[in-house]
Design a binder for this molecule. Sequence first.
Ligand code: NAD
Ligand code: TYD
Length: 339
Amino acid sequence: MKILVTGGAGFIGSNFVYHMLAKYPGYRIVCLDKLTYAGNLSTLESALKNPNFKFVKGDIADKEAVDKLFKEENFDIVVNFAAESHVDRSIENPELFLVTNILGTQTLLDACNRYGVKRYHQVSTDEVYGDLPLDRPDLLFTEQTPLHTSSPYSASKASADLLVQAYYRTYGTPITISRCSNNYGPYHFPEKLIPLMISRALADESLPVYGDGKNVRDWLYVEDHCKAIDLIIHNGRVGEVYNIGGHNEMSNIDIVKLILQYLGKPESLITYVTDRKGHDRRYAIDPAKIHAELGWLPETKFADGIKKTIQWYLDNKKWWQDIINGEYKNYYEKMYGNR
Ligand code: NAD
Ligand code: TYD
């Protein structure tokens, strides 16, 4: 089996590469990644030593490069993780999100049709469903929930999902889509909530909480997401959407306080800052379909996953300090300087 993993130098893609190499020693895994600010080759250091793994630097929206790679490799399965993934950046510069997340998806779908790929899997997000109210805990996102996006990021992901479904209907492209809730775990880029708070708390720096801190996200350990995608690409029904989430809703402020508690740092580091524009209030996934059809259930409880994650950031300081000390410094100043 030959699998193309796009965006494999990023957070979830790299965890997926390691999951697949460990579980399927007979598979060949090729990673196509543009190495944007979010992609990091050092993340794939161990994978690069595996003869079954190959890294190719390139853009999923570059038709010629994609065509050349598909011609050379004859992939059985394509799993598309590559995306611009940060909501705050999409508010500053939407265009890049449309190019990578929509046109990049179209470029990959066209190549799948041209070269007869047996499965194209689109890694999507629960953010395509918009948000839920805080006072209705009974409401969850199902696969039937209408798409209703808030940010340029989520709009670009929803557009890509519609395109993937259109290719299934129009050309019969063998697709599946998964929509997962917020992930956490190793190799999470330190601009996102959990790694940002861990890295700043360790440096005794202020922790910027948006708005009232009561926004709720449904957190899933990244390995559980990878296992769900593994099940979908092997056993999922073509043309279907699968929601992935572990019924683990937490408010941002509770997460930040938990991190401070584990690190033995004071709550006085918490600083409430101006809210994100269009900030989604609550996400919550109903994963009943993937459980019933594929037997998937999350294995890592949040209490264990967050401890493992914090320990990983303590053990791998060089990985995130290299990022924080680079171009990222300017980003932090620009995004948070006057907030
Ligand atoms: P990430 O930002 O950590 O990684 C994205 C990767 O894609 C990077 O390695 C980057 O270099 C690469 N990339 C960006 N543009 C590219 C292009 N044009 N061509 C090739 N490579 C390109 O993102 P992530 O958090 O790992 O998310 C991966 C996927 O999962 C995304 O599609 C995202 O929408 C989705 N998702 C993420 C979460 C989450 O909590 N992080 C939850 C649900 C779904
Ligand atoms: P984030 O990790 O950006 O993921 P997403 O917006 O895709 O869910 O943010 C998670 C939550 O944390 C979201 O409600 C915004 C909030 N947040 C902060 O309060 N402060 C921060 O510095 C960041 C990056 C996020």
